[in-house]
Design a protein around this ligand. Structure first.
Ligand SMILES: [Zn+2]
Length: 210
């Protein structure tokens, strides 16, 4: 694997909080009818490639293999969604000041254990970096990285900055609040934030005329 590949993969795991990005692959996640963004194994691979977890040739290899093992690929997609929901519940709970449910932590720990044997330390450009070596025929290497990212965020100082969109329609988007006084309330001001503002403006106006 090239040096650049290792670096990109490491960045994706350690700096971008891959786990939050993955948790947000269902939109309107806190509503009764979330909108699924991962509807096929191909979409899961595309997501991982887009985040620098897979090089194009690795992504191609996985898709080829998935074509030969459709049933296994569907099972991996199911596993991915289960892991995503587990991670989503843990961080949503944390954003509300609650601990993660023991069953969810057990599930995350199982995913971590499944990925642990594949991770290794390799020399990087300066010092050492994380890399992994996928077992021949494994269709789920992106999930090891997601589980690892969740574990790292849960044990990092950034955990205090994990927030969830306050939108009352059930946006549910998880984010890292980098505002100085931890005051971020919405996923993006352009969507949920402006809507909330417009509504309170409307409500105020409405009251004035009552
Ligand atoms: Zn939102």
């Amino acid at each position: 694997m090239s040096e650049i590949g290792k670096y990109a993969r490491t960045l994706a795991i350690q700096e971008g909080w891959l786990c939050l990005d993955f948790a947000n692959t269902a939109e309107w996640h806190a509503s009764d009818q979330p909108s699924e963004q991962l509807e096929s194994y191909t979409e899961l691979v595309e997501w991982a490639q887009g985040r620098g977890l897979l090089r194009p040739d690795e992504a191609e290899g996985l898709l080829r293999l998935a074509g030969q093992r459709a049933e296994q690929a569907t099972a991996v997609l199911g596993k991915a969604i289960d892991l995503r929901e587990t991670i989503y519940r843990i961080f949503s709970a944390h954003a509300q000041g609650q601990p993660g449910a023991p069953a969810d932590l057990d599930e995350l720990n199982r995913s971590l254990a499944a990925g642990a044997e594949h991770f290794r330390i390799v020399p990087g450009q300066t010092g050492y970096v994380w890399d992994w070596q996928a077992a021949e025929g494994a269709l789920d290497p992106m999930l090891w990285a997601v589980a690892r990212s969740a574990a790292e965020l849960l044990t990092s100082e950034d955990l205090a900055r994990v927030g969830q969109c306050a939108d009352d329609r059930g946006c549910g988007w998880l984010f890292l609040d980098s505002s100085r006084n931890h005051s971020r309330r919405w996923c993006f001001m352009e969507n949920c934030g402006n809507r909330a503002k417009a509504r309170s403006h409307y409500e105020r106006k409405h009251k004035e005329f009552e």
